[in-house]
Design a protein around this ligand. Sequence first.
Ligand code: 4NP
Length: 152
Amino acid sequence: MIRILMVCLGNICRSPLAHGILASKLDADYFEVDSAGTSNYHIGNLPDQRSIAVARKNGLDISNQTGRQFIVNDFETYDYIYVMDNSNFKNVVKMARNAADITKVKLILNESNPDKDLEVPDPYYGGRSGFDDVYKMLDESCSVITEKLSKS
Ligand code: 4NP
């Protein structure tokens, strides 16, 4: 089993979408996908209604997800840890125990835009169109991740 974790700040807007999108592209017999937030703001909460809506518009149901906080043991459990922005990167790397942990952590948009260090903007305080943009970016990166993992 190959395990992939998607991480953002709240685990209600961006990482639940990344989680749902990637899981929909991979064979669940071989790949496990989850998501977490670096903060404790939304533990146990459903994804934001706007994330649920944009997922549904694209044929995905993410309404069964619940928010949880990133824990040190996630470095043990997961093979790949994708973060949405530089702040997430800093917060996750701060918890790393060794160099091997750090190598697992990657900015997700570097999959679709190699070496550009682009960030998935936090859509929480914006309007609905922000969620459409985020969906599109994540879908592109998740397609690249799927191609790579399918070859591995
Ligand atoms: P997310 O968005 O990190 O994509 O889940 C946010 C959700 C909630 C908050 C910040 C970002 N918040 O401050 O509550």
